[in-house]
Design a binder for this molecule. Sequence first.
Ligand code: PLP
Length: 407
Amino acid sequence: MARINANYQKLPGSYLFSEIARRVAAFHEEHPGANIIRLGIGDVTQPLPRACIEAMHKAVDEMAEKETFRGYGPEQGYAFLREAILQHNYTSRGIALSADEIFVSDGSKSDCGNIQEIFSVDNRIAIADPVYPVYLDTNVMAGRTGSLGSNGRFSGVTYLPCTDENDFAPMLPKERVDMIYLCSPNNPTGTTLSREELAKWVAYARENASVILFDAAYAAYITEEDVPRSIYEIEGAKDVAIEFRSFSKTAGFTGTRCGYTVVPKTVAGRGAEGETVPLHGLWNRRHTTKFNGTPYIVQRGAAAIYTEEGQRQVRETIAYYMENARLIREGLQKVGLTAYGGVNAPYIWLKTPTPSWDFFDRLLGEAHVVGTPGAGFGPCGENYFRLTSFGDREQTKEAMERICRCF
Ligand code: PLP
């Protein structure tokens, strides 16, 4: 019998969302008439921008003619999209990168998960707690961690607690780490890292020859001018950071699938002989070997968000979600609950008066509203709860009225 990768057996299974589904199903069975509102979803609900739809229709028509048909495209993405990304998200913000440092993909989940492959399994990782689970799980799968302890933590990993005590900004680790996962705006806390906080991490990475893996999947939700959209706004970051971005929450591409990763040619690691090896070439090798390109039709759709029309439509949809976020945040505050996030992110992270699963049951039982218990995102998420603003406006209002009646 073939032996399996036993690292997979270290993973506890996706307890969070299956447990939520189980509890909701049980409640539904007991109360078949209850109108349950889901504010736990991390998926968008508004349709794609019109500009994307039109661009994709046009691209479909191109596929129907011999002269304009496209087969395999460049694995790294078509130049029209890489150039548009470069211009709108980097050059226009004073960041000097080149289009061949941008790798278009089928989304950030794959990229955040796959990036660790180009690093040694002996590297030590640092991750925020609570955090998007993909960073940790993919490192467990790769064998970069020990086993899961009774405290809910894997040995061999440096956890960076993020609570209200440190304003959800991770502190520098005491021990040296090689790979640092940072996410801003953060899922689940909805908080962002300031310029000063990011500068601190860039300085740490430069001093310790570490690499920062910066997830900016929610950058489009930043409303405050002084919050960095990209880690490359920080001086020196181009030598130590890789950045992930996604069209999923930016433009409703969760089902359409498109994202990209920036690997500057100046970011490097150490080779077997102690030599300096640029990561750009390694990622290019990985990407071209294991990925055959995002569909042409999808890339045309993604590029359309950078047209004037596309930009306007994307802004409108984001404003819709952010108005939901305001209603949720202010509603919670009105009844005396402490809420974070929701200003530069579609997530609201509230402090629960009881353990987060008890709060889940109360909200479901009394308000018929579903959210996500914070404990599911890491031990430091205990006594917190995530609500998302991706729902429908009327349902969000109704949910908040019910929550207000409960508390
Ligand atoms: N990064 C974070 C922090 C996320 O919350 C998500 C999705 O929820 C992703 C990445 C994945 O995005 P994509 O749809 O591009 O795979």
